[in-house]
Design a protein around this ligand. Structure first.
Ligand SMILES: Cc1cc2nc3c(=O)[nH]c(=O)nc-3n(C[C@H](O)[C@H](O)[C@H](O)COP(=O)(O)O)c2cc1C
Length: 148
């Protein structure tokens, strides 16, 4: 089964790292994984998708919302999960709205991962915690996909 991971970030920091962990956990389970940053993503011939974005200025970026709106037809009738990467994870219900409102249906699952503001904060980042969260989410993703 082919899974497409489509993400948006302005930096090569937390979001990118989380995508790498998701890809690795999916491949470990035998999924064929194709990854791309938003407009660079071409391979829509996937069986399922994981879509996620960094949060800046209390929102996922408008360009990501527009991208999802434009690609709605590619997601129709396919399972997809979504995620955000933000610092204030308690506000994640607010952040996810920009994603949910531009999808053809509700995602099968959603997660908020905690990122960090400055690259120099990476040493203080709970990377083990976020890696575990990403790996466990992939277990859940697989269970739901198989159940459907
Ligand atoms: C300019 C800027 C604005 C941010 N604004 C928010 C915000 O409004 N809410 C939040 O929870 N996190 C905010 N963050 C934290 C980011 O969500 C966090 O840095 C995350 O790791 C971003 O993904 P990235 O590392 O892939 O860039 C902001 C970070 C930056 C650099």
């Amino acid at each position: 089964m082919k899974v497409g991971i489509i993400y948006n970030t302005n930096r090569r920091e937390a979001t990118y790292q989380i995508v790498v962990w998701l890809k690795s956990a999916l491949e470990h389970k035998g999924f064929d994984v194709t990854v791309g940053k938003m407009n660079d993503f071409r391979d829509f011939d996937c069986d399922a998708f994981i879509l996620g974005s960094a949060v800046y200025g209390f929102h996922v970026e408008k360009k990501f919302e527009r991208f999802l709106g434009d690609k709605k037809h590619c997601l129709q009738n396919k399972p997809f999960a979504t995620f955000v990467v933000c610092y204030f994870t308690k506000l994640s219900k607010m952040y996810r709205r920009g994603i949910f409102e531009n999808l053809p249906s509700k995602p099968i699952s959603h997660r908020a991962f905690k990122g960090y503001f400055n690259p120099s904060d990476i040493q203080k980042w709970d990377s083990n915690g976020q890696k575990t969260k990403a790996t466990e989410w992939v277990h859940e993703f697989e269970r739901i996909i198989n159940f459907n």
